[in-house]
Design a protein around this ligand. Sequence first.
Ligand SMILES: *[C@@H]1O[C@H](CO)[C@@H](O)[C@H](O)[C@H]1NC(C)=O
Ligand SMILES: *[C@@H]1O[C@H](CO)[C@@H](O)[C@H](O)[C@H]1NC(C)=O
Ligand SMILES: *[C@@H]1O[C@H](CO)[C@@H](O)[C@H](O)[C@H]1NC(C)=O
Length: 435
Amino acid sequence: MAMRAIAALLILLALGSAELRKARPGGGRGRGRGRGRTGTVKRYAAECKEYSDAGDKYLDCQDRQLTAVKTGWPGDTSHLLLARNRIQVLRPNTFEQFNNLKSLDLQQNDISMIEEGAFAGLTKLTTLLLQHNRLRVFTEEVLIPLPRLRHLRIYDNPWDCRCALDSLVRHLQVPSHRNLGNYAKCAEPANLRGQKLKRMKVELLCPELQEENFPKGNLQQPTRSPKKNMDATTTCRTYMFPKPHLDCRSRDLKNVPADLPSDIVKMDLSKNSIKQLRAKEFVAAKDLKLLNLSSNSLDRIDTAAFAGLLYLRELDLSNNSLRFFQYGVLEDLYFIRKLVLGENPWICDYNIHYLIYWLKHHINVEYTGLVCSSPPEYSGWLVEEYVKTYNAECPKDILLGQTDGAQEVTMETEEESERAPPNLTTFKEFEITRT
Ligand SMILES: *[C@@H]1O[C@H](CO)[C@@H](O)[C@H](O)[C@H]1NC(C)=O
Ligand SMILES: *[C@@H]1O[C@H](CO)[C@@H](O)[C@H](O)[C@H]1NC(C)=O
Ligand SMILES: *[C@@H]1O[C@H](CO)[C@@H](O)[C@H](O)[C@H]1NC(C)=O
């Protein structure tokens, strides 16, 4: 790292910054790579930061006051971060050198125009972030070169909901385009202000074409449905760097906010007043790896509250009012590695056995803070010690934490299945033995 910084500095000194800022040679489709390879490397090295994570290459050009994309940037980049620059227009073929691009972050620029073909060549792009810009219109054509696009953010742009926006709105409303254009709202005309592009009646965009079908009264539709829960994108802060991150700390939330962005990897809901997690509240945030619910008032987690969190690795539930886990609550967390459970009034009675049983069967899960707070005779004990004591006093065949027997049966079943597909009878026996 240090070597690299020094090298970059030397190059800077040698060439002078004027040289570095030289405008790219006359637009068009020229392949900047063929000639002067070192020259181009120097240029981007001085301006942007390159790094790798989980096998993906990132090029971080955020906050650089850039007005355009440079031709010399490395084409094997997977994630191009261009947030908070001064780009105003995206010309055709701007990104054609980035054949491997999976995500493109252009949020918080001054983009007011995207020309057709701007995204040509981005056949692998799945995520395109254009929120917080000055876009009023663009057409569906702009999105056509992006066959893999799954996440498109265009909120906080002054969308002009007139005829020119018709094809875009229709595109966003296709049912399979679930994560394209959520939260974006019309800014104009006045009678449609605040309507979501995703949900509005498309006919309202071009009323002059619809006059017979839509008598005047219908044009001024009241804005619908006051929100039950607060909206995540208005209540919380979203960050894209270094990972998509939703920061909802200390927002006085009583519930998990609605409309969670689907691409967030980390979500911090700590220091709120959430009492209950209801079924499927996080289902939209399917890429979540870290969920922090520390310092709330949680005393109830419904079964299926964590449904959909297939990739969650770390869950912080510390400093809440949890007494036990309902049977089944943890079954959705396939890849969980760390549970932070301290400062909860865990009750050491039979209800806590599910948690211990689950932990025994998930030995890779690291956990902390599982201490009995009541009843008085177990107060201060580690919960697993309490369960051991309980089991020691129990007849052997109903032991909950007894894994040996279960493992034997598992092995038998596995051997069985190598020889022949397991039939129903075998399966039932296995189930019965385990419980
Ligand atoms: C969760 O949030 C609390 C308070 O904001 C913080 O102290 C804690 O370290 C966080 N936990 C994780 C796992 O990041
Ligand atoms: C625990 O949560 C309460 C509010 O519920 C808060 O006042 C307190 O500071 C938190 N304690 C820690 C150690 O974070
Ligand atoms: C299933 O397996 C059991 C013994 O493992 C055997 O007795 C039974 O006939 C099998 N049933 C079928 C439908 O193959």
